[in-house]
Write a protein that binds this ligand. Structure first.
Ligand SMILES: O=C(O)C1=C[C@@H](OP(=O)(O)O)[C@@H](O)[C@H](O)C1
Ligand SMILES: C=C(OP(=O)(O)O)C(=O)O
Length: 441
């Protein structure tokens, strides 16, 4: 497996585009595959996770054709038109693909067997098996909660009124997608708002979906069995990928980077608020809307960061950005404390334990908490010299690639291959800006 070596080189200078948003890309393929007619998607993220979604939708009968870089044409089968695939579907490393697809399948009378890589096979699926079983789907899962699993959807789906037990857009979306081919109104209630790409895209495709605040609970109601209209959709840049550059350009002295066309969905922008709270110099330009999502150009100029202990940002608005934020905290001056992050333990890896181990291996003093982490910042360059175990987690790999740019000794990432799941151009783009990254095959 290819390892990655990161050592300081130059300030990051330039203007770049980050790849398409992974969450929006998944949904654009899934929903256009259920539309009646031809959809055209541009700016699609062509990372392994999204390609797994494309493979799954083809296997269930939709026609998806790649016509150019990031440009795909999808001919959908209509809501209710999915068919049983003739083989097991390998979902690779992608939790979003797996859980949202389970929702789609739950209200189609088809049978699908899914598996994934070692990381995905270790992640809990009970959080979607439980509500989808109430819809009427039948699951046969390893230990009742892990992949490989077989799901048999029902031809008599029940519309749920479901309150999500944790802040999860994947769980919310799985229940909503099950509601697509279910008569009646499917209701999902969220105590904590999570990314609303599903809601926005369904509305833009003609579904009758409403979102209300009822006594502090976000209530989403979807009328089942719509005819979804095909779309011409441009996918905005992924702020979760942009986050690596926001942190890198903040911590590497002399950097000045502009990121074009970044999706700034209000339920995804916590990383910008968090970095600003630490002293980052980030400005937003050219705000506009793209495919129903707010986007803008984001400029970041290097600035000294200070630790933060009472971050007043909702974790669900930056849940995937905590690994790289921890690296920013390692370079900042002073102590940082992050809590309320138990969900990080069930991502591609246990991101609290793996980040703590990687930071310690590179000379950073950390204390791992049940639901968070304390980090003693170095106020500049960190010792470095450690090898980080990524555990098949792309965000661990990229976070330590960034940290190595502020290390006295090289930071080694044991496996760079997971980066292909969400940001295939990461090394090329970072080195083009001035970073010192080398991939060793
Ligand atoms: O709905 C989505 O596209 C996602 C939701 C989040 O997961 P949870 O909903 O489980 O928090 C996030 O971690 C993931 O990268 C993408
Ligand atoms: C958790 C992530 O994705 P998924 O759940 O789709 O694997 C991520 O991209 O950080």
């Amino acid at each position: 497996m290819p390892s990655l070596v990161s050592l300081p080189k130059n300030p990051l200078i330039g203007t770049v585009k980050v790849p398409g948003d992974k969450s929006v890309s998944h949904r654009s393929l899934m929903l256009s595959a259920l539309a009646v007619g031809e959809s055209r998607i541009t700016g699609l993220l062509e990372g392994e996770d999204v390609l797994a979604t494309a493979h799954a939708m083809r296997a269930m009968g939709a026609t998806l054709n790649r016509v150019d870089d990031g440009e795909w044409v999808v001919n959908g089968v209509g809501v209710g038109g999915l068919m049983s695939p003739d083989d097991i579907i390998d979902m690779g490393n992608s939790g979003t693909s797996t859980r949202l697809l389970m929702g789609l399948i739950a209200s189609h009378a088809i049978t699908v067997t899914m598996t994934g890589d070692a990381s995905l096979r270790s992640r809990p699926m009970g959080r979607v098996i439980d509500p989808l079983s109430e819809v009427g789907a039948v699951f046969k899962a390893r230990d009742d909660k892990f992949l490989p699993l077989t799901v048999t959807g029902t031809d008599m789906p029940v519309p749920l009124d479901y309150t999500t037990p944790m802040a999860s857009a994947q769980v919310k979306s799985a229940v909503l997608l099950a509601g697509l081919n279910t008569p009646g109104i499917t209701t999902v209630r969220e105590k904590v708002a999570t990314r609303d790409h599903t809601e926005r895209m369904l509305k833009s495709m003609g579904a009758d979906i409403t979102v209300q605040d009822e006594d502090g609970i976000r209530v989403i109601r979807l009328v089942g069995q719509p005819e979804l209209c095909p779309v011409n959709l441009e996918v905005p840049g992924d702020i979760s990928s942009a986050a690596f550059l926001l942190v890198a350009a903040s911590i590497i002295p002399g950097s000045d980077v502009t990121l074009e066309n970044v999706g700034l969905n209000p339920l995804r922008t916590g990383i910008i608020e968090a970095l600003k709270a630490m002293g980052a110099s980030i400005s937003i330009h050219n705000e506009r809307e793209l495919g129903g999502e707010p986007v803008a150009d984001v400029q970041v100029i290097a600035a000294p960061l200070k630790g933060v202990v009472n971050l007043e940002v909702d974790p669900s608005t930056m849940i995937d950005e905590f690994p790289v934020l921890f690296c920013a905290a390692a370079v900042a001056s002073g102590v940082s404390r992050f809590t309320g992050l138990e969900e990080l333990r069930v991502k591609e890896s246990d991101r609290l334990a793996v980040m703590a181990a990687g930071l310690r291996a590179n000379g950073i003093k950390v204390t791992e908490l049940d639901d968070g982490i304390d980090i003693e910042g170095c106020g500049g360059f960190i010792p470095g010299g450690g090898t980080v175990q990524t555990h098949l987690d792309h965000r661990i790999a990229m976070s330590f690639a960034i940290l190595g740019q502020m290390a006295n000794k090289a930071v080694m990432v044991d496996d760079a291959s997971p980066i292909q799941t969400s940001f295939p151009a990461f090394v090329r783009l970072m080195t083009g800006l001035g970073a010192g990254l080398d991939v060793l095959e």
